[in-house]
Design a protein around this ligand. Structure first.
Ligand SMILES: Nc1ncnc2c1ncn2[C@@H]1O[C@H](COP(=O)(O)OP(=O)(O)O)[C@@H](O)[C@H]1O
Ligand SMILES: [Mg+2]
Length: 251
């Protein structure tokens, strides 16, 4: 049974989990010469502690814009963003940058690994600036990459490179992991491996996770499925039948 719930219920959700990061009536308008492009209109989106959220929506519905705003990489035109009790809306650039650095892991469709560094070195590079990081080996093992840590990116498949990129993102133990179409460049099977690795990391580290994906099966492993249409959140569903570890459909 899937229950439709309202996006905000005053800090605690039907699942009883606390809200970690929240967009309140967030709008984003890009001014393109004479034309205004409305990327987000009055979006409410609350991320609950340790939950696995899947964000769905057609191309152009504002998913990436919302991720950038939640991750402290961009600002809304109007509305507010809260990290726990902190209102980030009025924060200056330095505060926003620190929020991103200290609390947010970001994973994109393309892996942006340093080609001249091994998998382990790529992860180590990111942990140098963290206060209490995982060891690079630990992060890579969590991604199922323990036996390929000394390979260079060119010696890894696309799915493996993405798992290194995720290891890099989680190694600083972010409270929030935002993944914008992490399987967009991968075949179906590699995509499932990547999604399973993200889920495993979330469970091991208690990370609050958002994944944008077109992989329909991913909804089965989500705690919460949020659909973005032009304008406010169209649907926010709790998945009562969460099934960890999605198997490929053809297995
Ligand atoms: N930097 C930008 N300048 C102007 N328009 C933008 C910019 N970024 C996104 N948009 C527009 O905002 C809308 C939402 O884009 P986006 O957040 O990338 O959607 P999605 O990730 O769901 O495909 C689109 O109409 C897009 O063209
Ligand atoms: Mg996008």
């Amino acid at each position: 049974m899937k229950a439709v719930v309202r996006p905000n219920e005053g800090g605690r959700s039907a699942s009883g989990r606390r809200t970690v990061l929240e967009a309140r009536r967030v709008s984003k308008i890009y001014r393109m010469g004479e034309v205004d492009v409305v990327a987000l209109r009055d979006v409410d989106f609350a991320l609950r502690e340790s939950e696995f959220h899947v964000l769905l929506g057609a191309s152009g519905s504002g998913k990436s814009t919302l991720m950038s705003i939640l991750g402290g990489l961009d600002r809304p035109t109007s509305g507010q963003v809260f990290f726990r009790d902190r209102d980030l809306s009025g924060a200056n650039d330095r505060v926003l940058k620190e929020f991103h650095r200290d609390h947010v892991g970001f994973v994109l469709q393309f892996y942006t690994l340093m080609p001249n560094l091994t998998a382990r070195e790529n992860v180590a590079l990111a942990t140098e600036i963290s206060r209490d990081p995982l060891q690079p080996d630990e992060a890579l093992e969590l991604m199922g990459m323990g036996d390929r840590m000394n390979r260079f990116p060119s010696q890894l498949s696309g799915g493996e490179q993405q798992r290194v990129a995720i290891a890099r993102a989680i190694a600083k133990r972010p409270e929030v992991l935002l993944c914008d179409e992490p399987t967009g460049a991968l075949d179906y099977r590699s995509g499932i491996l990547v999604l399973n690795a993200i889920e495993r990391a979330g469970l091991a580290l208690g990370t609050t996770t958002v994944v944008i994906t077109h992989n329909a099966q991913v909804s089965e492993m989500a705690d919460r499925i949020v659909t973005l249409v032009d304008g406010p959140i169209a649907q926010d569903q709790i998945n009562e039948t969460r099934r960890p570890g999605v198997e490929p459909a053809d297995a």
